[in-house]
Design a protein around this ligand. Structure first.
Ligand code: G3D
Ligand code: MG
Length: 186
């Protein structure tokens, strides 16, 4: 990726970043992506088969950042996605469901995949479905510990009520912008 010179040709973005969304089936990967891209929650999303790619334009530091979000599905149970899926990603959402302990326990496996195939990508650990407070089986402290263990930033999210969804993607956009400018400290 190059930053200087800025593109002179008419274009709607200054920079494009690839973000991948990984985690066990049904943790809310498609719902988080949909919430971020459309600003709404819908039960109408079909189980993802293969990879869907969504695009959203955000402004960070006055720059127009195009975020390409690769939402995967169907292959989750193999935990071994094709390398092309990870390649070139600047950041990854590693999603678990706070009401599903197994999805939390499986996070290190997802993290290893990201480290192996998208080396240097920023990892955002998302404990999703926090709106389901009375069904919770993973505590906030455990999530914080997992974030430290995996070298990622931990956030608790809800695709349903929108909590921290914008933050999760924006942190990656900021990181990507800093990295392209050679200022990343990560
Ligand atoms: P996936 O893409 O990781 O497989 P989905 O997961 O986004 O398809 O979501 C799986 C189910 O969890 C869906 O339920 C979806 O509506 C629900 N879900 C996703 N995020 C949240 C959330 O933050 N809160 C709550 N309460 N539910 C969520 P259905 O019943 O539609 O299959
Ligand atoms: Mg999906």
């Amino acid at each position: 990726m190059s930053w200087d010179p800025l593109p002179q040709k008419p274009t709607d973005t200054d920079i494009s970043l690839k973000v991948i969304v990984v985690g066990d089936a049904a943790v809310g990967k498609t719902s988080l992506t949909g919430r971020f891209v459309t600003g709404a929650f819908s039960h109408a999303y079909k189980a993802t088969i293969g990879t869907d790619i969504f695009r959203k334009l955000v402004k960070v530091d006055g720059r127009r950042v195009g975020i390409l979000i690769y939402d995967t599905g169907g292959q989750e149970r193999f935990r071994n996605l094709v390398e092309r899926y990870f390649m070139g990603a600047i950041g990854a959402l590693l999603v678990y469901d706070v009401t599903n302990r197994e999805s939390f326990v499986n996070l290190p496996t997802w993290s290893r995949q990201v480290d192996r195939h998208a080396s240097g990508a920023m990892k955002i650990i998302c404990g999703n479905k926090v709106d389901l407070a009375n069904q919770r089986s993973v505590t906030t402290d455990e999530g914080t510990g997992m974030g430290l263990q995996l070298g990622g930033t931990f956030l608790e999210t809800s695709a349903k009520d929108g909590s921290n969804v914008e933050e999760a993607f924006t942190k990656i956009a900021q990181f990507g912008l800093d990295r392209v400018r050679g200022r990343a400290t990560f």
